[in-house]
Write a protein that binds this ligand. Structure first.
Ligand code: 2P0
Length: 360
């Protein structure tokens, strides 16, 4: 789709006030998005598993107002959340051309997460995708002729402008974002449900999220993305991401887990290697991140269970494994790996279905 197709051409219906509600999950990238061009265009394609349990629910209340301009309030778990406002203001400004009704209504945004806000789990992916889903639900009412499939594309398109990785949280299962020559329909503008055949083992893959550090990150993802502009290894990295996606396509079809593990772990370590050799350099892993990785490698070697790790832009470790090994892996986590987590906290998650609207 082209950008222009997301700009409404008709006048929207007048609706005085109302409420919509949506829920959207977080996602975990297998091939990472790290580096972007202007207008939230990724420097390379990425692919992720949509999660099931780590979710944001957003209630959006809207009311027509007499004068034009952006006007909104934000609440997290029922309390006013002033520090969320700048990011939402920027989001609304970016999408105003695609959502002109933002200027004619006052909005009350009430959001809550199934995971603790300070857990280090990317709440921007689930938060921005839940908000984008709410906006297209409103759009469905304001433009009653809108097509449901178009609105799903638009939710992902809008979510990307809030936070890049959020565009991968609208659809379920495996989602690709960014143009890739081997994936028909892939686009820099929005996420696409991975269109090729996926082996049964990946349909219900498990992700145990080990909460190594729940504190605020020292370097935000936005700063990290920007550091890829002058990065000495940027070109090679972006080429590597394309190559990894090429290699993953047959692996996702045939369920070749050793090859899957090699790419996923290499992607995680490359992401952090990029951070460690940017200017300025920084480290988001903590000593316990490495303790977990080493313990996991020893467990995999001894048990022959095809379990692997990936990392987000933080110290937490995502332990990925097929469902049939969940009880053995979870036992290992509770006995051994939980000791490396802050307050022994971890979250058991799995591949989920994506964002949904909820009758309110
Ligand atoms: C990803 N991350 O693919 C990568 C891997 C973190 C590490 O996308 O600036 O919050 O809002 O577009 O999406 C985190 O970056 O950045 C991210 P913005 P975002 O999931």
């Amino acid at each position: 789709m082209r950008v222009e197709e997301f700009i409404p051409t008709q006048q929207f219906k007048a609706i005085e006030n109302g409420t919509v509600c949506c829920t959207a999950p977080s996602n975990i990238a297998l091939v990472k998005y790290w580096g972007k061009k202007t207008h939230q265009i990724p420097a390379n394609p990425s692919i992720s598993f949509t999660l099931n349990n780590c979710k944001t629910t957003t209630i959006l209340k809207y009311k027509v107002k007499p004068s034009k301009g952006l006007s909104f309030e934000v609440f997290l778990e029922g309390k006013p959340k002033e520090d969320f406002k700048p990011k939402i203001q920027q989001f609304f400004e970016r999408i105003l051309i695609y959502a002109p009704y933002l200027e004619t209504h006052h909005f009350q945004i009430e959001t809550s997460n199934t995971f603790p806000h300070s857990s280090g789990i990317a709440s921007s992916a689930s938060g921005m995708s839940a908000l984008a889903m709410c906006l297209v639900q409103l759009e469905r009412l304001l433009y009653p002729d809108s097509d449901a499939a178009f609105l799903k594309h638009k939710a992902s398109f809008l979510a990307r402008l809030g936070s890049g990785s959020a565009c991968r949280s609208i659809e379920g299962g495996l989602v690709v974002w960014g143009k890739h020559k081997g994936i028909s329909g892939s686009s820099d503008l929005q996420g696409l449900k991975f269109p090729s055949e996926v082996h049964a083992v990946f349909q219900d893959y498990q992700d145990a999220i080990l909460l190594v550090d729940k504190g605020e990150k020292q370097v935000s993802s936005s700063v990290g993305h920007n550091l890829m502009h002058q990065h000495p290894f940027a070109t090679q990295r972006f080429e590597q991401a394309h190559a990894h996606l090429d290699q993953l396509i047959p692996i996702l079809k045939n369920g070749d887990l050793p090859s899957f593990i090699k790419i996923v772990e290499l992607e995680a370590l490359t992401l952090h290697a990029m951070m460690m050799c940017s200017d300025p350099y920084f480290i988001l892993m903590k000593p316990n991140t490495l303790e977990i990785i080493n313990a996991l490698w020893a467990f995999r070697k001894a048990s022959k269970i095809p379990v692997c790790f990936t990392l987000d832009a933080g110290a937490n470790v995502h332990v990925l494994h097929p469902k049939k090994y969940a009880s053995k892996v979870n036992e290992f986590i509770s006995i051994k790996l939980a000791n490396y987590c802050q307050n022994k906290h971890y979250i058991l998650d799995s591949v989920g279905k994506g964002a949904e609207s909820i009758e309110f």
